[in-house]
Ligand binder design. Structure first.
Ligand code: ADP
Ligand code: MG
Length: 222
């Protein structure tokens, strides 16, 4: 589902550099990423999603080399194939929660906003415990509630790849476990691959594989 080969990336000539020689995620696999703050975890997710472009090397998702697509193609590919739970949620303040969840349908011609999609949004929201808050704007939701809106938005399109950046960071322990249940359940239903950055070490046994990010700093031996 994801293949990264000889990837290098840097923020400018003197900024942080990342080097990933080889990373392969199978379809349906659940992989966690751990590593210190600033080690490039978010950067890697952005490279896989095609939000950042590698200097060298290749990233392909579901057989498509993301960096070969035009900007428009890449945005559409991302919206139809990838569910991304951003570390900072990236919700739109001017839209109520329900419209935030359904946002991928607004920006992707390949996705049809039909009754099934609306029903899925409502069902996901209910399962996350925000079913009664869908008419509120993000500014009137707590951090944890905003996080759940972001999770619903990532899952509603039934993506093939779920990228999750500390998606359980703002939740209490019970909610963490419940949200991860939901994420895995949705992934399993769609046969989706999950790549999740997490600081919650108690959740790690639930993943099939854990990548420690310290190894990917440029220059570090594998
Ligand atoms: P993590 O998610 O592991 O905490 P990040 O991938 O966010 O780490 O960041 C890795 C490094 O890259 C950090 O040193 C950070 O300061 C730097 N960095 C992140 N985004 C940018 C950016 N847009 N421009 C320049 N440097 C950045
Ligand atoms: Mg990060």
């Amino acid at each position: 589902m994801v293949r990264v080969e000889n990837l290098t990336f840097g923020y400018g000539a003197k900024g942080f550099r990342l080097r990933v020689p080889d990373l392969l995620l199978e379809k349906g696999e659940r992989v966690a990423i751990v590593g210190p703050s600033g080690s490039g975890k978010t950067t890697l997710l952005n490279l896989i999603a095609g939000i950042l472009t590698p200097e060298a090397g290749r990233v392909s998702v579901a057989g498509t080399e993301v960096s070969q697509l035009s900007d428009t193609q890449r945005r559409r590919f991302r919206a139809s194939q990838i569910g991304f739970v951003f570390q900072d949620f990236a919700l739109l303040d001017y839209l109520p929660a329900r419209q935030n969840i359904l946002y991928p349908y607004r920006i992707t011609p390949a996705l049809t906003l039909d009754a099934a999609a609306r029903a899925r949004a409502d069902k996901l929201a209910a399962a996350c415990g925000i079913g009664d808050k869908l008419d509120r704007h993000p500014g009137a939701l707590s951090q944890g509630e905003q996080q759940r809106v972001a999770i619903c938005r990532a899952l509603v399109t039934q993506p093939n790849l779920i990228l999750s950046d500390e998606a359980t960071g703002n939740l209490d322990p019970d909610s963490k476990a419940r949200i991860l249940d939901l994420l895995f359940e949705q992934a399993e239903e769609a046969g989706a691959t999950v790549l999740a950055v997490t600081h919650d070490h108690e959740l790690l046994p639930r993943f099939e594989r854990v990548l420690d990010f310290a190894q990917f700093r440029e220059g570090a031996p594998l």
